[in-house]
Ligand binder design. Structure first.
Ligand code: ADP
Ligand code: MG
Length: 287
């Protein structure tokens, strides 16, 4: 019967670390035409490392100290990287108060009476003119395919931090597997275009970069459907909810696991193609 076939499909998935939350999710996955991926933590390992710190009127140590204090309130992978770098540099962290996340843009908090912001260069440039020399530093790191954040003291730019995140070992294969199933893979990311394009070229998929959470939502609605969105829930939970089916990475947030119709408990991004194959086979058994 129909329910029995679906139940056995769901159990077969569970045995392989593929959580499918019911028949509707299974059916949606079986019919998917486009799979949109978040980048950080989904196509990449999500353990970025700080590679360069440049002070602008401040020492590198001071830039890291202020940035890490602000990031101590954030669960973003970039925050962890900045905290690790500060710790490795032996910096002792001051307290941060009134921490605020600027979704998909950065974070800010009050540190020693100063309003410190750590954010994407694009966000900072929208707030005020950044000195040419400062922007040149940003562009130099971006040209190397790195993720770059800037540190602002009130509105004054005081530092640049460059970070590198590696693609997951199975990401290229995961993308190729989807193509073999006739599905178009696409990357949606809030990161800068150069860093995103470097990874997209390596993995072999189309990319839309420098997106805000709202832009990700809009694109989900415009891609050829049905669309699956794969993410970790950090700055992409609304996109997971908007897609015909959301697929959460197991390392992600609780919100992602709750909103998504499926989850990759084995934490392998290649599980997306396995989910599609399994769902299609299950639907064939019913027809
Ligand atoms: P992705 O789409 O690659 O997962 P996000 O949408 O989470 O990226 O973030 C997009 C950009 O916003 C980052 O590349 C960074 O410039 C900035 N950003 C987001 N969160 C933070 C944070 N906690 N600290 C610093 N910058 C951040
Ligand atoms: Mg993300």
């Amino acid at each position: 019967s129909v329910p029995a076939a679906i139940t056995s499909g769901i159990s077969a998935g569970a045995r392989r670390g593929l959580l499918i939350k019911g028949g509707a999710a299974l059916e949606a996955i079986g019919r998917v035409r486009t799979v949109a991926f978040d980048k950080t933590g989904t196509l990449t390992v999500g353990r970025p490392r700080v590679t360069n710190v440049q002070g602008h009127g401040l020492s590198e140590q001071e830039v890291l100290r202020l940035a890490a204090a602000v990031e101590s309130g954030s669960s973003h992978p970039l925050a962890r990287a900045i905290l690790d770098a500060a710790r490795a540099g032996g910096v002792s962290l001051p307290d941060a108060a009134d921490g605020r996340a600027l979704a998909g843009l950065g974070v800010s908090a009050t540190v020693e009476g100063r309003l410190i912001t750590v954010a994407s260069p694009r966000f900072a440039a929208e707030q005020q003119d950044l000195p040419e020399e400062f922007m040149q530093t940003v562009e130099r790191y971006e040209a190397q395919g790195q993720t770059v954040v800037v540190v602002l003291d009130s509105t004054a730019p005081v530092g640049v931090i460059a970070l590198r995140d590696e693609p997951r070992a199975d990401a290229q294969q995961a993308i190729a597997g989807l193509r073999r199933l006739g599905i178009s893979p696409v990357m949606l990311t809030g990161d800068n275009a150069r860093a995103a394009q470097g990874i997209a070229r390596e993995l072999g998929l189309e990319v839309h970069a420098a997106l805000l959470p709202d832009d990700k939502l809009r694109l989900i609605g415009q891609l050829p459907g049905p669309v699956a969105m794969v993410g970790d829930g950090i700055n992409d939970a609304p996109a997971l909810a908007r897609a015909d089916v959301g697929i959460a990475m197991s390392g992600g947030t609780d919100v992602a696991l709750e909103t998504a119709g499926a989850a990759l408990l084995n934490n392998r991004v290649g599980g997306v193609a396995d989910l599609v194959s399994l769902s299609r086979a299950t639907l064939r058994n019913i027809q």
